[in-house]
Every structure is written in structure tokens, then in C-alpha cells.
Design a protein around this ligand. Sequence first.
Ligand code: FAD
Ligand code: DHB
Length: 401
Amino acid sequence: SRTQVGIVGAGPAGLVLAKLLALAGVDSVVLEARDRAYVEARVRAGVLEAPTVELLRGMGVAGRLDREGMPHTGISLRFAEAPGAPAADHRIDFADLVGTGITVYGQQEVVKDLLADRVDDAGLPVEFGVSGVALHDVDTDAPSVTYADADGAEHVLRCDVIAGCDGFHGVSRPLVAPDIAERVYPFSWLGVLAKAAPTTDELVYAHHDDGFALYSMRSPEVTRLYVQVPNDTDPADWSDARIWDALHTRLACEGFTMNEGEFLEKPSVTPMRSMVASPMRRGRLFLAGDAAHIVPPTGAKGMNLAIADVRVLADAVVRALRDGDTGGLDSYSDTCLRRVWRAEHFSWFMTSMLHRFDPATEGGDAFGVGLQRSQLRYSVTSRAAATSLAENYVGLPHGAV
Ligand code: FAD
Ligand code: DHB
């Protein structure tokens, strides 16, 4: 079979790209390794930047997001003024500082909305459960994708352009063979979803001597929580009681109480890394989202960056296929990498400022801790520093970087 754009991966990048192309009258086929129930249930990110929300609204897929998403106009950084002192909250007021905010809405809800729109309403193709995906002839103007469908039947999909939206472990990046800039952090996050009403209106990022903790939410009934753990942590070593104990200790603060509740899924451990692949292109193959770059989750940027990439890609592909102008495709990688590196820096900054590093290493020795403390204080006492944090967190306008 034949389509204009072959899209590998039905995550936020692949599905937003498919919708933007459909709106411009460009055909695509989305190939996804997992089944629909799996991608709709996969709990991951939860923070949508302001430009992401505006884009989804402009695409006409934000009905439920506008009803159920939780608009937030700030976050709190929670830390003690000195080792052993009681912690206090320091609010970063996005509305005051930069005139906008974020929306808390689960990534899998975005994915559900996009699949309902494409598959159920528009009847456009997403092939779930494919295997053996291989990309061919990407250096020519007639690339193709071969794969086996869920029943094992082999297919060849010929296209004009291939979008590698297949995440960190996909098949696209190895084929591009880009240069890799990378940093692996000496800690991971253990994440849980609890049937417990959140007790704050906003997210709390806590810096504590035992390690970082994050208090987030998904709805008025569900809390999303993370604690810093060593790399290679086996979640089986963390009983529910141990997780709650760590959360209570690290989030302790005058006037703060936390509701406990049953965990709605098994605790997961996410390693923390930064990675940038460049260029994000080889011939007719274009990488987008986690296939091209990874950020540590502390800046809440992963899904937002994936969506920003495919906005640029959709415009470039439409220009090329409709007007025969390949300028957008030629500048795609450079354009995306400017925003990618801004998000990489911000995510590294938040990660370095908020986590506890091993005292035997540079990050965690007396000098390292002194720098962290100074940066925390500066971030919440200087309007200039708070504004910089706020503008990055809510997301710079698309095209502004
Ligand atoms: P993905 O969402 O990974 O989508 C890629 C899709 O491609 C998947 O559906 C996959 O099944 C499919 N695929 C892979 N290989 C193939 C193949 N060969 N053929 C066909 N399909 C294929 N960000 C945060 O901000 N906060 C968080 O708490 C957070 N937690 C995370 C936890 C985990 C375990 C992971 C992996 C990521 C997390 N992220 C988080 C990052 C954020 O979720 C990602 O940045 C975001 O999912 C990127 O979207 P994407 O569409 O590029 O990739
Ligand atoms: C969530 C995840 C993040 O990585 C983050 O920085 C903030 C919130 C969340 O899952 O709610």
C-alpha cells in the first residue's frame, strides 16, 4: 500500500503529527507496536505547557482537556533554609511572572483523545500490534516501511516521507546514526499513582536531605507521586509502607498533610538521562520526540518537546508535498534542536538543583550542596530568577527559541 507519510509510533509525537497532517489534507498511516489498550493505559507525563494546550485547542482535540484538565498558575519549591531546619514552601507564581500557566492532564488522556479523534471519529488508519518494522531506501525519494500486522501478514508501505516517532527504544534513530550528546544521572525516580485526593492545588517539588520528592496529581481523586531512588532500584524492594514513609519524610512541611490511598498501578522506576541526537534527519526519514532526544522528567518537558517537534515537521512536510518547497524539511533539524537544547538546559537545571547527589561526588560535596542551596534561594527570592524559571516551565512560545 501507499501513503504520503509513514509514521512509526502512536505516542504523542506520532498522533499529533498524524492529526496536523490530516488537517492539512496530507495522508498518513500510523504503525504502532503495542495494542490500543496498552498505549491508552501507559501512565507517564502529566504537565502540558501553555503552547501545547494552545496547539491542541487549535487542532480541535481539546474538548475533554478543557473540561477535565486542571489549570495551574504556579508550582511550589519546598526546601529548608539550612540543613535540619524545617522546610517551607516557596511559590513560583506563573500568572504573575509570565501571565500564563500549565495544565495538568495525563499523557495517556492526550493519547486517548487523539486516538478517539483519528480512529473512532475520522476512521483513519492506525495499525496496532505491528512487529518487525524496518525502514528502507530513506536516502531516496521513494522510502518504504515493511512490517507484519497483528495477524502476522507482511506488508510494504511506500511513502514520500517517514516520521520516526517510535520513542527512545525505537528502530528509527539507529538508522539515522546521528551524533549523540548524553548525560546519565546517578539516580532514578520511583513513581506511584494513588487513589487519594490531592491536598494542594499545585505541584510541589521538594528538595530534602534524603532525596527529591514530587507531589503531583491527575484529578481531584488521584495523586501522582515520585521519589528519588538509586539507579537499578528494584521496585519490589519498596513496599507501599516504605514509599509512603519516604514521601512523608521528604514532603514534610508546616501545615502540609498528605492523604494516603491504594496504589492504582505497580510502582515504576524511571532512569534519568539527557540525550540529544543530531541531526534529527537522514534523507526522507525524520526523527521526532523521544526517538531524537530524552530529558530527565524534572522539568516536565518530554511530551511537550515531542509535540513541538511534530508541529515543525508537519509544517515542513505540508510545504514540501503541497508546494514542492523543501526548505522546511532542510531546516527541520536545526529549528527543533534550538528548542530541544533550551529544554535540555532547563531540565538539567531543575534536576541539578533539586536532587540529592552522593556526598562523595562533586555534586553532593559541601561545595555542591552550597551551590544547590544558593540556587534554590535565588530562584524564589529574585524576581528575575523566578521569571526565568517560570517562562521555561510554562513553555516558551513555539518558534520563540
Ligand atoms: P513515546 O510516547 O515513547 O511513543 C513512541 C511509540 O512508539 C510508543 O507507543 C511505542 O510503543 C512505539 N514504538 C516503539 N518502537 C516501535 C516500533 N519498532 N514499531 C512501531 N512502534 C514502535 N515525561 C515527563 O515529563 N514526566 C514523567 O513522569 C515521565 N515519565 C516517563 C516514564 C517512562 C517509563 C517513559 C518511557 C517516559 C516518561 N516521560 C515522562 C517522558 C514522556 O512520556 C515522553 O517524552 C513522551 O512519551 C514522548 O513522546 P513520543 O511520542 O516521542 O514517544
Ligand atoms: C509530573 C511529572 C513530571 O515529570 C513533572 O516534572 C511534573 C509532574 C506528573 O506526572 O504529574
